[in-house]
Design a protein around this ligand. Structure first.
Ligand code: B12
Length: 208
């Protein structure tokens, strides 16, 4: 193989690695049948959860733990307490629970530990509650770096949606390689269409 071919081969491998890594960390961007945006991402646990897991999900019994963040764009900013906001929170909670239970049970059927957090209370829904309620906003802040504003509660500021973001958290012992295809398949079952990211729209990497 000529020196030039060796260099080209190396470059192709490097580009593929870059693509694979970025696809690995890349959030799944979706839009529901009612044009509402949803962003799903898979992460290693925050240090707080890694250190306090027994206090938050006492029944978790696997050394492996991956955190799935499901962010739904709300019709209204969620910083105020109005009947519309309360109704919207209930609507988004129900959508998260329908999706979350489908994912958690699918993973459980494949013998992976899985649970989801009730956004209304911070308690796990498929195992006993812990001494510390899971703080969804603190976790999104730790894993995605979104700033938090404080009023009587803690409110996330999404980079483009502002406070119109409704966070939901799932956890599993399955790896991202296992979880992601299941997230996409169940999202499709819920009528959520995937928005292709810029990275995914360059299929001709190998041809370069
Ligand atoms: C309890 C709660 C309330 C309580 C008060 C909570 C408080 N902060 O004191 C009340 C009922 C007052 C409240 C009000 C509101 N809330 Co509220 N609330 C929650 C709930 C259910 C739990 C929050 C909680 O327990 N935080 C724990 C804090 C209080 O404890 P702490 O001692 O300060 O800190 C500990 C925790 O952070 C803990 N911890 C646990 N897990 C983790 C993880 C990490 C990484 C870290 C670092 C720490 C940590 O460690 C710390 C030390 O022990 C969350 C949903 C959730 N599951 O997170 C929604 C939530 C935060 N609230 C929300 C909202 C929108 C509101 C309101 C602003 C509006 C509304 N209509 O509901 C109002 C306030 C309105 C106003 N004008 O002031 C939204 C925020 C959405 C967003 N965009 O960010 C959430 C996410 C619910 C939702 N899914 O919509 N809320």
């Amino acid at each position: 193989m000529s020196k030039r071919q060796v260099v080209e081969q190396k470059n192709r491998r490097l580009r593929q690695q870059l693509l694979d890594t970025s696809l690995h960390d890349e959030p799944i961007n979706l839009v529901t049948a009612t044009e509402q945006e949803v962003q799903i991402s898979v992460h290693q646990p925050s240090s707080f959860i890694a250190q306090n897991l027994e206090q938050v999900i006492p029944d978790w019994n696997s050394p492996a733990l991956w955190v799935v963040l499901v962010l739904q764009r709300s019709q209204y900013p969620l910083s105020e307490c109005t009947p519309d906001v309360e109704q919207e929170k209930e609507r988004l909670r129900e959508k998260f629970l329908r999706f979350g239970f489908d994912v958690a049970f699918n993973l459980r059927d494949s013998q992976f530990w899985s649970d989801l957090i009730d956004p209304r209370t911070g308690s796990p829904l498929l195992s006993r509650p812990g001494k510390i309620p899971h703080d969804d906003t603190a976790v999104v802040n730790a894993l995605l770096g979104f700033p938090i504003t404080y009023n009587r509660c803690t409110v996330l500021e999404h980079p483009t949606w502002g406070s119109a973001v409704y966070p939901g958290t799932l956890m599993s012992s399955a790896s991202p390689e296992v979880i992601k295809p299941i997230l996409k398949a169940i999202a499709a079952l819920h009528g959520w269409k995937e928005l292709k990211s810029s990275l995914q729209s360059t299929p001709e990497v190998s041809a370069l």
